[in-house]
Ligand binder design. Sequence first.
Ligand code: ATP
Ligand code: MG
Length: 418
Amino acid sequence: MRLSQSFVKTSKSAPADAETINAKLLQQAGFVDQLMAGVYSYLPLGLRTLRNIEQIVREEMDALGASEVLMPTLHPKANWVKTGGWDNIDVLFKINSRTGNDYAMGQSEEEVVTPLVMSRVLSYKQLPVKTYQIGWKYRDELRAKSGIMRGREFLMKDMYSFHTTQEDFDKFYREAKQAYLRVFSRLGLVAKVTEASGGAFTTKVSYEFMVLTDAGEDDILYCEACDYCVNTEITKTVAGAVCPCGNGGLVAGRACEVGNVFDLGQKYGKDFDLSYVDEADKKQYPIMGCYGIGISRVMGVIVEKYNDEKGIIWPKAVAPALVYLVSIPGRDNATPVLDAAAKLYSDLQTAGISVLWDDRELSPGAKFGDADLTGLPLRLVISDKTLADNQVEWKERTAGDATRVSLGEVIAKVIAFK
Ligand code: ATP
Ligand code: MG
């Protein structure tokens, strides 16, 4: 991507009404644009980042054996009436059509996936089924002030599983939990898992995946000696209490829920009266689970965790590009520098390296400021000074100092850095 061809510009300062770090930096760096509270456009760099997060999630869901689909966002009222959601879910957006029909905007998709899957599953031989989508969700959230961490329109990965036995469900549930931990670790996040129920003593368990951040809206208690973690909403335990492991006192922390998995039991099969026949030819309702990850929320949380006074510091796995290439043409003759930069830009891409070329007619200082603000992992600079030595300046976003690398070696070095 060449910045001179992009319509998106960075700003000198963050919007005055932005309250959280992610809201400030993502808007200032031109990754997103706020249309209204909780609703954003994803601009070229923001969309690339979102796609990178999506792809990591997609790979891990595929590895679980789940198949990806894309379901509608506009739902008939009747499905939501059947499950009770029409009257009971306060965040449900409802739409009235000129035909007199009512619709709901998907805030989750059990109401669509249950009939979709169970109208095709007639026999126990066709189960289990695991399916997921990555799609926009709509929720009438009252407080949408945490930037992209709480949207009224947001991107979610929602997976659903259908099983014949509790055992089979529990097995998949454990696998999904492990897959989630892999997702978050690949995204550069440490997720703590709360068990939102009586824990091992009940079958209906749900896990919340929490990342510590002051921009979160949940309060948790966790142990520094083991994995124990609880949401303060559900527990009578207090900070300082001894952890069940016996080795530590519980610490209080502010956190953001980046994902969760729920045991839905047989509710949805029953609501739609969609069953299958078991080995004894008896009608049975499937045991279902749902598994969410807030894709756009995760992007906000990553910014909350990875930033400094100069801007964002993207982990390599999600950065919109690996390299921020800066060309600083000489005063008398711009051509040699621009030619060398164009060659490096093209060679990097041939080597499979994603690169953003800042070829704008701006001062070096303005380009360096934007390099830091946008937070790409590696900055390469070609100027007539470096070119005189057949070199390029190399600076990693997390490093204080720049070094020099010869033009002949730079591609190999970037590949090793990747
Ligand atoms: P919260 O308690 O934060 O409102 P939730 O319990 O309502 O979350 P779910 O309905 O389980 O969340 O949705 C699955 C995932 O979608 C959540 O774990 C979260 O990562 C994400 N998510 C939920 N609501 C929003 C939102 N308004 N904006 C962005 N992401 C969200
Ligand atoms: Mg909610």
